[in-house]
Design a protein around this ligand. Structure first.
Ligand code: FPP
Length: 251
């Protein structure tokens, strides 16, 4: 049902239920570039440009938390020129959009290992996190130098470092030491670019996420594609391992 006209010019469909936390694997920048005879770095530039549109659309819908996978711990193995381009784009993204994101109520957090990042980018990320700390419209977690397994290893190391006894190692104890502690687990995990895998993203946190795979390449994943993913989510019946209602259900 259409309720209002918003910044993207597309009417905003009402989504019920709405996911509180959406996580996105932004895949397909390289193919988007190749189709246009451009370099992979140009594809990432187009991908970075798209982030602002997508954050705004999720915020308009009222999603609380959006986690974007921008650079994985495995991505260091890409050609150096591409890695450098992605790092540069991270800094440029903050330079270009921080003021506007702050003004529109976006709180920015970084998840992943800051130590591996170039100093300039690390400082910009810190500035973005500090400046937007009081915002409440939507939380944008940028996963940069993030790996799901490394996240779990680091949580377990913390437990060991704190001297937590084996019998006190619970799921809650681990979850509260992950990079996403404080946010609920993602209700919806989207991967663009027609690939169907999790690629070491939020491996612990996505245990009960609904998965949505889009054929759109990330730079083409706009407001209409956000809406389509949310509509599909609203049609899913989540069971969390319980028996579904109706005859013949097998759990
Ligand atoms: C996957 O596409 C994308 C990445 C590894 C990087 C994503 C980076 C950005 C969207 C821009 C930089 C980030 C910020 C926060 C400004 P791919 O290269 O694997 O695409 P392909 O599968 O088509 O080759």
């Amino acid at each position: 049902m259409v309720v209002a006209k918003r910044s993207s010019e597309l009417p905003l469909p009402r989504i019920d239920p709405l996911p509180r936390h959406v996580a996105v694997i932004m895949d397909g920048n390289g193919r988007w570039a190749r189709l246009r005879g451009l370099s992979r770095s140009e594809g990432h530039r187009a991908g970075a440009r798209n982030i602002r549109t997508v954050v705004e659309r999720f915020a308009e819908h009222g999603v609380n938390t959006l986690t974007l996978f921008a650079f994985s711990t495995e991505n260091w193995g890409r050609p150096q020129s591409e890695v450098r381009a992605i790092m540069r784009l991270g800094s440029e993204f903050i330079d270009r959009h921080l003021e506007e994101l702050d003004a529109s109520g976006v709180r920015i957090e970084h998840i992943g290992d800051p130590d591996g990042l170039p100093r300039g980018l690390r400082h910009r990320v810190e500035e973005a996190v500090e400046r937007t700390a009081g915002n409440r419209r939507i939380l944008l977690n940028i996963a940069f130098n993030y790996g799901g397994r490394a996240d779990i290893v680091s949580a377990v190391r913390r437990l060991v470092g704190e001297g937590v006894r084996a019998e006190d190692v619970t799921e809650e104890a681990i979850a509260s030491r992950l990079a996403t502690a404080g946010s609920c687990d993602p209700d919806l995990l989207i991967r663009t670019g027609a690939e169907h895998r999790i690629s070491n993203f939020l491996v612990w946190q996505s245990a009960y996420s609904e998965y949505y795979f889009s054929g759109a390449l990330w730079p083409d994943f706009g407001a209409a594609e956000v809406d389509a993913a949310l509509i599909e989510f609203s049609r899913r019946r989540r069971r969390f391992g319980l028996v579904s209602p109706g005859p013949g259900a097998d759990g």
